[in-house]
Ligand binder design. Structure first.
Ligand code: NAP
Length: 318
């Protein structure tokens, strides 16, 4: 095909950290009003079983963000050899406690609990306290288009698209990834808002070609820099959910180039984060979420929002 060369401005940066801060600021007076009305703050109970390093960081961030927003956050730290039954007994106690509004069990659970443990544990949480939105009751409501408590990461993406003024209705959205945590609920929320939705996964054929038909492309794969410019229609909105750690200097240079500040960051810290989207996509996309500072902070903001919703007893979403 001939024609004039396509010149493109670098993609607009979708600042998830800024939007997350705005959501948290909006929640604070609502949390204070709840406290004034009910004589206690909305309460989030986080269960952390085992000593997974990343989980400890995630839980600390959730605890800090919750406390700063005025919630009562209690972290239940359980040793890695805790039995599944003991964990289920704790869930049962929290389900019955009038002082607990939201329950979050941090994944992954210790391997010793067995493969099916996560499903059994998530199923045991009272759906009204299920601030992660993983209980089949809440998954079912979402599938029916009656969302109540919805998974935090995809809800955060919806907030970001809305607050950045990006249209969803009638647009073609392609979601790469079909996990229960991100891909599936992401597709359901986009469909709920009248996008035309395609879900792709590891068996999808002609993936790049399929992705390149998207007006909104969501990557939730877990593979560093997988989505290269050929996956992206010029001007498309690209949401990068992936969080991957690069821990060799060569890898950092191969993705970001030798002159990138990421190389200096690697030299300082021994690693740097990259999403599922290749940095080169910036020259093709119309708008793009950075990693870090994109979807990650929104996930925590939506957890706080879900906790307030659960405390208020509000379902489904208004
Ligand atoms: P997951 O459960 O491992 O699911 C990955 C999905 O990607 C699967 O559906 C898989 O397809 C698909 N996939 C894998 N390789 C593929 C390939 N070569 N081509 C096409 N599809 C492929 O991961 P997840 O929990 O959804 O997380 C995805 C990423 O998001 C990870 O990097 C994770 O760290 C990150 N994450 C970020 C946040 C946040 O707050 N920003 C929250 C949650 C997760 P199959 O189903 O066919 O196997």
């Amino acid at each position: 095909m001939t024609g004039p060369p396509f010149f493109h401005m670098p993609a607009r940066r979708l600042d998830g950290a800024r939007v997350a801060a705005a959501i948290r600021a909006e929640l604070m007076p609502m949390v204070a009003a709840f406290q004034a009305r009910r004589g206690r703050a909305p309460a989030l109970d986080i269960v952390l079983a085992g000593d997974d390093t990343a989980s400890q960081v995630y839980v600390r961030n959730k605890e800090r963000a919750g406390s700063e927003t005025g919630l009562t956050v209690t972290v239940h730290r359980l040793p890695a050899d805790t039995s599944r039954d003991d964990l289920l007994r704790l869930i049962e106690r929290l389900n019955g406690s009038p002082d607990c509004d939201g329950i979050l069990v941090q994944s992954p659970l210790p391997a010793a609990m067995g493969k099916a443990a996560a499903q059994v544990v998530f199923d045991a949480i009272d759906p009204r306290k299920d601030v992660d939105g993983f209980h089949p009751h809440n998954v079912g409501l979402l599938a029916q288009g009656r969302p109540a408590l919805t998974p935090c990461t995809p809800s955060g993406v919806m907030e970001l698209l809305d607050r950045e003024g990006l249209a969803i209705a009638g647009r073609h959205a392609v979601v790469i990834g079909r996990s229960e945590i991100v891909g599936r609920p992401m597709a359901a929320l986009l469909l709920q808002r009248d996008a035309t939705v395609t879900i792709c996964h590891s068996k999808t054929q002609h993936l790049a070609r399929m992705a390149a038909t998207a007006d909104i492309l969501v990557a939730a794969i877990g593979r560093p820099g997988f989505v290269t410019p050929e996956f992206v229609k010029p001007g498309a909105t690209v949401v990068d959910v992936g969080i991957n750690r690069l821990d060799t200097r060569d890898a950092v240079i191969s993705f970001f180039g030798a002159d990138s500040p990421r190389v200096a960051e690697f030299d300082r810290k021994g690693s740097t984060l990259i999403g599922d989207v290749h940095p080169g996509v910036e020259t093709v996309a119309g708008a793009l979420t950075p990693v870090p500072g994109g979807v990650g902070p929104l996930t925590i903001a939506m957890l706080l929002k879900n906790t307030l919703r659960a405390a208020e007893g509000l379902t489904p979403h208004s």
